[in-house]
Design a binder for this molecule. Structure first.
Ligand code: SF4
Length: 488
């Protein structure tokens, strides 16, 4: 393996991972510097690699793509000087291990295409569920792909469009695409943002001085001092120039199905989603969980960091004291880029350590955001028992994850998901804990603001990884043998 190519998932943390974060700015001096800061704030959405494309009237388009963290690459003055101009977009990526192999530099976005009316670059968050079929068709018609990424289909579809200008070519291309997409794109003069008709992935609009920006999350607006203007609507395209923001609706309207897992885990707790603080939603999930699954215990401890707000809510509702029973090493990062077998075997202990003095002799409630394969949950339970806990109770801030995501989240195959093959009681026995309870889907809907819980006749969110009800049929996966719930 090349030293330049990082191994995918050097440490298996047994979480679902968002695959991308996107950011774009127009109308500011040295836009690429703002994009680098925005991507730094979105680093939780992808840590394997990042890229920036900028445009300058004299120097045209420039790009840089690098493996690793934004802070380790896009802070170098010598690199940032190569990305001049008032318009730039960027992307951070998480590799899709298992399905397509480790990240190659050619898979790192933004992707760029030169068209007869000028160049354009795009950065995509989500997943195109008919990408295999599109790629086959495009290759048969002469397209030459440079990467293994589904997102590259958009550039080739744009190249084949007969429309007069780039925004119209994008509309044309995206009408052929199925699945989830939030896209930021740029031409020589325009910043463009689009969300798919279901609005599965987030995208927000911000204002900075005389300029504008687009971001996966509001936390990235805060870092550059931009003001949050609004979310891009599902099915909306915005075309931003020096003259302002033009909004068009290129797609047939559909009921929105925003990813409910963004509220549970993917988005940063200091972001705002659907007008609500993500932190507050997560705290409310903990409140619902304490109501649905009470247990007599001495301490409520989060599995850091993602379980923290839900643990606070659980503690507040139950009256059981909150404590930092597990401490996370904040400097773990990619320290061991090619870890030895000995280091790998230390596994979760490299990242998490138990606060022994606090835990000894206590009945402990551990609050985590999800259980995927159960490997980490089991190791954490062992660490807590080794530290002398009297009882271990898991409370999980999402319903059992029993189905894979095909909309831009890296998920193991269905057979590897613990909840796909075991009931809640079987999972409790498998993890060898005193009790295990997940929040119900109704409880989760209440926590995100649906008073009556989930209304199956009118779902407001995508919850397919819990319910198996996919709002867009994953046609490529069905072709590969994936069986939908109704077909089982
Ligand atoms: S399947 Fe799950 S993770 Fe994927 S978009 Fe739907 S709710 Fe989000």
């Amino acid at each position: 393996m090349s030293k330049l190519m990082p191994p995918a998932h050097p440490f298996d943390d047994d979480k679902l991972h968002e695959e991308c974060g996107i950011f774009g700015v127009v109308g500011v001096t040295d836009a690429a510097n703002f994009v680098a800061l925005g991507l730094h704030a979105l680093q939780h959405r992808g840590q394997e690699a990042g890229g920036i494309v900028s445009h300058d009237a004299e120097q045209g388009f420039n790009s840089a793509r690098r493996f690793g963290y934004v802070r380790d690459n896009f802070t170098s003055q010598s690199l940032m000087k190569t990305l001049p101009g008032p318009l730039a977009i960027g992307h951070v990526r998480y590799s899709t291990a298992g399905s397509k192999g480790p990240t190659q530099i050619r898979d790192v976005q933004p992707f760029f295409g030169e068209f007869s009316m000028g160049g354009a670059a795009i950065a995509h968050n989500g997943n195109i569920t008919n990408a295999d079929a599109l790629r086959r068709e495009l290759i048969e018609r002469g397209s030459i792909f440079q990467s293994s990424s589904d997102s590259e289909c958009i550039i080739h579809l744009m190249a084949r469009s007969l429309q007069r200008n780039i925004p119209e070519r994008m509309e044309d291309a995206l009408r052929r695409v199925e699945g989830a997409f939030s896209v930021v794109a740029m031409t020589r003069t325009k910043l463009i943002g689009v969300r798919d008709p279901l609005g599965v992935r987030p995208l927000v609009l911000g204002k900075i001085g005389d300029g504008w920006c687009l971001s996966s999350e509001t936390c990235a607006l805060d870092i550059i001092g931009a003001e949050f203007v609004r979310e891009i609507d599902p099915g909306e395209m915005v075309v931003i120039t020096a003259d302002g923001v033009e909004s068009v609706r290129p797609f047939r309207p559909r009921k929105p199905r925003f990813c409910i897992f963004e509220h549970v885990y993917f988005s940063r707790p200091d972001s705002i989603l659907g007008g609500r603080s993500v932190y507050e939603t997560r705290r409310q999930i903990g409140v619902e969980l304490a109501r649905e699954a009470p247990v007599d215990a001495d301490l409520v401890c989060p599995v850091p960091d993602s379980g923290t707000p839900a643990a606070i809510g659980f503690s507040q509702e139950s009256g059981i004291p909150y404590a930092m029973g597990i401490i996370r090493n904040q400097y773990m990062g990619r320290t061991f880029i090619e870890p030895t077998e000995q280091i790998r075997n230390m596994g979760v202990r490299l990242k998490l350590n138990v606060n022994r003095a606090l835990i000894k002799g206590k009945r402990v409630i551990l609050v985590d955001d999800s259980v995927v394969r159960g490997t980490t949950s089991r190791k954490i339970k062992e660490m807590i028992l080794d530290a002398g806990a009297a009882e271990v109770h898991f409370r999980i801030a999402s319903p059992p994850t029993a189905w894979p995501c095909f909309y831009g989240v890296d998920t193991p195959q269905r057979e590897k998901l613990l909840a796909a093959t075991m009931s809640e009681d079987e999972m409790r026995d498998h993890l060898q804990v005193d009790s295990l309870r997940f929040i119900s889907l109704d409880g989760l809907y209440r926590a995100v603001g649906e008073d009556k819980g989930r209304n199956p006749s009118q779902p407001q969110y995508c919850d397919a990884c819990f319910s198996g009800e996919y709002p867009v049929e994953p046609s490529d996966m069905i072709e590969k043998g994936f069986r939908l719930k109704a077909a089982e």
